[in-house]
Design a protein around this ligand. Structure first.
Ligand code: PLP
Length: 396
């Protein structure tokens, strides 16, 4: 590996770069997690999370990655052999399905082509057929990080409601929370799963579950064993700002600061900024003559854009060239997309100039790696940003 010069550009779709302000907030001595100073911190972050998830109910914070929060959602609400409905949207929905299978759930995995989100019509049809209400949960990934496709959770809720089916709705917002409009209460989501290292702009290490009353009721009768993940164990001390075991204090300092940053900018402004950057990225991709993986404009991800390289041109070779020559990390193609796509992350603290630098690196990298393309993507992105000057632009 050659010595790389200057600032590294971390343009993968998470972990996202941690803002200086958050880094400084975490640069503190560890405190007594049973003492009054911690209690204030605990109360503040537990309340602050509610604003970001848009819920009045509890949000449990685990020292875990997002995968742990997936498991917490399953073991607190479901029972061995339960039937669940899942949508194949990409690599992460596939991994979640594998976890469900390992827990002995009977998953109906609705096939998808990894270029579109979960289909509300198909979910409605499956639930309408299920007259005995054997399906206990619908499990959807909001933003499929492997494909750059965002599923329409509000529409999925409406579709479920049309059937009158009582299944729980479990949603993975691991790469959307804090970047894409999301409404736990309004959309009647029962468990929202998330983590720290993407839209929340923190290092990896925190997992979240936001819990509806219905999910909480399910947790009182469901049969999966759990101990570390048990909501009841968490909620009791959480009521006073404490945790049942040693919390990740340093990350909680960062969480407090990150929530403050999101609320100061305003969640709507944060979401609009992500839409603007995503639109500019797509404008660049089209000008290069390359293809955006997502096929449905209403499902374009505001968080990342997955770009197909022309057949016969290895996307990972291109990524390596960009890393070596320009010191920028782009996301790799995962699973069946390996070598076929690269992913440009534009989430978290990303702004116009960071994006323009990243797109310049991509355009120069396309030339350096010999990927057939047209010049002018960077100019097209700039024109797109100028046409949406951030004050009155409409999303998408
Ligand atoms: N779900 C989605 C949508 C993800 O993007 C990821 C990770 O990138 C995960 C789940 C797994 O999260 P973690 O790697 O934090 O365990």
């Amino acid at each position: 590996m050659t010595e790389r010069h200057g600032q590294h550009f971390l343009q993968i779709p998470g972990p996202s770069p941690v803002p200086e302000r958050v880094l400084r907030a975490m640069n503190k001595q560890v405190i007594d997690h049973r003492g009054p100073e911690f209690q204030l911190l605990g109360e503040e972050v537990l309340a602050g999370c509610k604003s970001v998830f848009k819920t009045s109910g509890p949000v449990v914070i685990y020292p875990s990655s997002g995968t742990g929060a997936w498991e917490a959602a399953i073991v607190n609400t479901l029972s061995p052999g339960d039937k669940v409905l899942m949508a194949e949207t990409g690599h992460f929905s596939t991994l979640w399905r594998q976890m469900a299978a390992k827990w002995g759930l009977d998953a109906d995995f609705m096939p998808g082509d990894w270029r579109r989100g979960a289909d509300p019509v198909a979910i409605e049809a499956k639930l309408a057929e299920d007259r005995s209400h054997a399906i206990k949960a619908v499990m959807v990934v909001h933003n499929e990080t492997s494909t750059g496709v965002t599923s329409r959770i509000g529409e999925i809720r409406t579709a479920i409601d049309r059937t009158g089916h009582p299944a729980l709705l479990l949603v993975d917002t691991i790469s959307s929370l804090g970047s894409v409009d999301y409404r736990h209460d309004e959309w009647g989501v029962d468990v929202t799963i998330s983590c720290s290292q993407k839209g929340l702009m923190l290092p990896p290490g925190l997992g979240f579950t936001a819990i509806s009353d219905k999910a909480l009721a399910a947790s009182k009768t469901n049969k999966f064993p759990r101990s570390y993940w048990d909501w009841q164990e968490m909620l009791k001390p959480n009521a006073a700002g404490f945790f049942p075991y040693t919390p990740a204090t340093t990350l909680l300092y960062g969480l407090r600061e990150a929530i403050a940053m999101l609320l100061e900018e305003g969640l709507d402004q944060v979401f609009e900024r992500h839409h603007r950057l995503a639109a500019a990225t797509r404008a660049a991709v089209r000008a290069w003559g390359l293809e955006v993986l997502c096929e449905e404009p209403s499902e374009y991800s505001p968080v990342l854009t997955a770009v197909l390289t022309p057949p016969g041109h290895d996307a990972d070779h291109f990524r390596n060239v960009v890393l070596e020559k320009y010191n920028m990390s782009l996301g790799t193609g995962l699973n069946k997309l390996a070598g076929k796509v690269f992913r440009i992350g534009h989430l978290g603290q990303c702004n116009e100039l960071v994006l323009m630098a990243a797109l310049s690196g991509v355009e120069m990298g396309l030339s350096a790696a010999g990927i057939p393309h047209r010049a002018g993507g960077v100019m097209a992105a700039m024109a797109e940003l100028e046409s949406r000057d951030g004050t009155n632009a409409s999303p998408l």
